[in-house]
Design a protein around this ligand. Structure first.
Ligand code: G3P
Length: 228
């Protein structure tokens, strides 16, 4: 069970958020999440998943999963394996790890059958609607051209609001998220006010020289939305 609204921090494969730095950053997220009583999700790269899932108490998502059963599949990641590690879910179809719709559907089914959450990424409002009809746990729309940059997705309110309406039209139970270029608490606050139930972000935390300050500012926004 994941509390909402939430902040999903994708560690990608940044130097600053892999290896020993990944564990430190995940522990910092855990501390801030506990101090403020808010929901954070961490998505470390595969080699760091196991340790972070074992040591921290915040939900851990993989960055990708393959919808295959345990067996003769080399270089694949199974939902069964994630479950055993104590991982709570997985991103699927991130812009930097695109897969076809069949594989997305397989991934969602496999995660569901293991009681894990699927957070499916999409690049446009219409694709968000199509993917929401597959009934994942959540859909996160990220305009690819804004990923990693300084222009927040929330500077496009029409795109955000249309996306959320289309996701809800496809399925009332799918949770809408947005992401890309989200760097500060104002961006997060705007996203939540537009109807997003959380934000998917990376560089705003992983590349920040002061991640604690960023996380605390974001935590205050999440906290205010829980209380209201
Ligand atoms: O998965 C989140 C990501 O694609 C957004 O990246 O650096 O723009 O927050 P960033």
């Amino acid at each position: 069970m994941i509390d909402l609204p939430t902040l999903v921090v994708n560690f990608k494969t940044y130097y600053e958020s892999t290896g020993s730095r990944a564990l430190e950053l995940a522990k910092l997220m855990e501390q801030v999440s506990e101090e403020y009583g808010v929901s954070f999700i961490v998505a470390p790269s595969l080699p760091d998943l196991s340790l972070i899932a074992e040591i921290t108490n915040i939900p851990v998502f993989a960055q990708h999963v393959d919808g295959v059963s345990p067996g003769a599949h080399t270089g694949h990641i199974t939902a069964a394996n994630l479950k055993e590690l104590g991982v709570s879910g997985s991103l699927l179809n991130h812009s930097e790890r695109r897969i076809g719709v069949d594989l997305i559907a397989d991934g969602i089914a496999s995660l569901k059958s293991h009681g894990l959450h699927s957070l499916v990424c999409s690049a446009t409002p219409l694709v968000s609607k199509a993917l929401a009809s597959l009934e994942p746990w959540a859909v996160a729309m990220e305009p690819p051209e804004l990923i990693g940059g300084d222009v927040s997705v929330t500077t496009r309110p029409d795109v955000v609001k249309t996306t959320i309406a289309l996701i809800q039209e496809a399925s009332a139970s799918v949770i809408p998220f947005v992401g890309a270029g989200v760097k500060n608490s104002k961006h997060l606050s705007d996203a939540l006010l537009m109807g997003s139930r959380g934000v998917l972000l990376a560089s705003g935390v992983t590349k920040s020289p002061t991640p604690r300050i960023v996380l605390e500012e974001m935590a205050k926004v999440l906290q205010s939305r829980i209380d209201s």
